[in-house]
Design a protein around this ligand. Structure first.
Ligand SMILES: NCc1[nH]cc(CCC(=O)O)c1CC(=O)O
Length: 313
């Protein structure tokens, strides 16, 4: 039996989605530790403040987690809750992921007020996304569409669609479902049309690495099957130097026996080249599986594409 912690502070970004996720973890911890005082420390990050440029141009994922890590380091907070998708593949020295929560919907969603699906969009229709991964797959499959950058939190993005700035937008289904915006989803994109980002739809719990006292407390939040899949996906992304500056997708599933199937994709943002690779391994080899699929992609020329993309950024 875990020692009942007396109090816990959860650091979270202040966006509606981040606060939902923090409250979700807060509720799970409260059930585990009924007498514990659990508070949420809301924080604004650089990633939230800089809204005028595409994320890939301003330094990527780290911008959403730095302030939260500072709070972990100086003891203002005990744990931070993140969309694991937004957590860099290599954590800064002194921080660790202790748990990965059960994955919700891992796929991308098609959102539009006038069209049923991507195939229904006419030539020149404007589709909003700021993810190079979504953009590349969209351009490869639907070259007649116009892709325009789309930034801001979920509500802002939906408002821009409703204003008529876009004919359709692509968002993570998990985010919409968490904010009870499920009815905005016209359709979920299959992994064939839009392979998701590493970790999409799962939550990661981060602590300062010296807080070994928290490991046992937080371990019950870990969902073994999700953790194995996300470990494979993140190993793939890490091996290819993954960041959101690169159009990179990684999606892993597990069967009942614990056999993992990992699919990876690296693409040129203009959709002209789309490399795919896939492999299987038992869950205990999740990390090696990620590196193996990365190796297949590298053998097919992934590093050359990534270098071109990074030079253009
Ligand atoms: N990059 C922003 C971000 N980070 C996590 C989610 C949604 C939830 C998730 O994927 O876990 C989103 C929104 C989106 O990509 O549309």
């Amino acid at each position: 039996m875990n020692a009942q912690p007396k109090s816990l502070v959860i650091a979270s970004r202040e966006s509606a989605l981040a606060m939902w996720q923090a409250r979700h973890i807060q509720a799970q911890l409260q059930t585990l530790y009924p007498d514990c005082q659990i508070n949420i420390l809301g924080m604004t990050t650089q990633g939230d403040q800089i809204l005028d440029k595409t994320l890939s141009k301003i330094g990527g994922k780290g911008l959403f987690v730095k302030e939260l890590e500072a709070a972990l380091a100086d003891g203002r907070a005990d744990l931070a809750v993140h969309s694991i998708k937004d957590v860099p593949m290599v954590l800064p020295e002194g921080f660790a992921l202790v748990a990965i929560g059960e994955r919700a919907n891992p796929f991308d969603a098609f959102v539009s007020n006038h069209y049923e699906n991507l195939a229904a969009l006419p030539k020149g229709a404007v589709v909003g996304t700021s993810s190079l991964r979504r953009e590349a797959q969209l351009r490869a499959r639907f070259p007649h569409l116009t892709v325009k950058p789309l930034r801001g939190n979920l509500q802002t993005r939906l408002a821009k669609l409703d204003n008529g700035d876009y004919d359709a937008i692509i968002l993570a289904a998990a985010g919409l479902e968490r904010l009870e915006l499920h009815d905005r989803i016209r359709g979920v994109l299959s992994p064939v049309d839009s392979l998701p980002a590493a970790g999409q739809g799962a939550l990661g719990i981060e602590i300062a690495a010296h807080r070994v006292d928290l490991v046992e407390t937080l371990l019950p939040l870990n969902h073994a099957k999700t953790a194995a899949c996300v470990t494979a996906e993140r190993a793939l992304a890490r091996a290819l130097g993954g960041s959101c500056q690169v159009p990179l997708a990684a999606y892993c599933t597990a069967d009942e026996a614990g056999l993992l199937t990992l699919q990876g994709l690296v693409a040129h943002p203009d959709g002209s080249v789309l490399l795919k690779a896939e492999a299987q391994a038992p869950a205990v080899y999740a990390d090696a599986l990620g590196r193996a699929v990365a190796k297949k992609l590298a053998d097919d020329g992934a590093m050359e594409i990534i270098d071109v993309v990074l030079q253009a950024a």
